[in-house]
Design a protein around this ligand. Structure first.
Ligand SMILES: O=C(O)CCC(=O)C(=O)O
Length: 199
């Protein structure tokens, strides 16, 4: 990955490299992409285990990839579908911006404010050391929380807007956890695409 030029929207958090581009896609492009992906992505809802009890994951997901490598997290193993032409267009734009050839995209659909994604880091071994994660948001804005693993005072909340691109790289996954929390506010649907490299 080539070093990205700093911008005023970069997050200046210790032990991290996080870039934020609010208008990576225009709002018209983001609306069109949302509608297309909502109806064409092959959504699934897996079961997860929490303290030995089974629950449905609080969101829908799908995995797409170009090298047939599966992705395992939270005791779930997902097998990739082949990228659709729409997903490839998004991937090409993200690849070009980051100067990276992403292999895999994990897609999340948050159906309303009750859907969420708990505290975690994208640090699975198949992502390698210091992975780069590029995350595109479409539809409803949601808060993205970050907290430092060791230093409790280090916390941050970022509103992820429709059409935005968030890039986490360097030591971010080693030192920080992130989540999309539940909210009691009435919210519309949001799609999030996280591009990753699985070797
Ligand atoms: O929905 C988001 O913005 C975050 C997604 C995420 O953390 C993940 O898929 O690992």
């Amino acid at each position: 990955m080539q070093r990205l030029l700093p911008t005023e929207n970069d997050l200046k958090l210790v032990d991290s490299t996080i870039h934020y581009y609010p208008n990576f896609f225009s709002s018209d492009e983001a609306d069109l992409l949302f509608k297309c992906l909502r109806s064409t992505v092959r959504w699934q809802q897996d079961k997860i285990q929490v303290f030995g009890k089974e629950y449905l994951q609080p969101r829908l997901t799908a995995l797409y990839g170009n090298n047939n490598k599966s992705y395992s997290y939270s005791h779930i193993t997902m097998r990739p579908h082949t990228f659709s032409s729409e997903l490839l267009k998004i991937k090409n734009k993200v690849d070009k911006h980051c100067n990276v050839d992403f292999t895999t995209c994990l897609i999340n659909l948050y159906r309303n404010g009750k859907d969420s994604n708990g505290w975690h880091a994208d640090n699975e071994k198949e992502l390698g050391k210091n992975p780069i994660i590029a995350s595109v948001s479409l539809g409803q804005e949601r808060f993205f929380h970050l907290k430092h693993r060791a230093c409790k005072a280090q916390r941050y909340k970022l509103l992820l807007e429709s059409g935005s691109l968030l890039i986490m790289s360097g030591k971010t996954q080693k030192y920080w956890l992130h989540q999309i929390p539940k909210t009691s506010r009435i919210l519309d649907e949001r799609i999030n695409l996280t591009f990753r490299i699985i070797k």
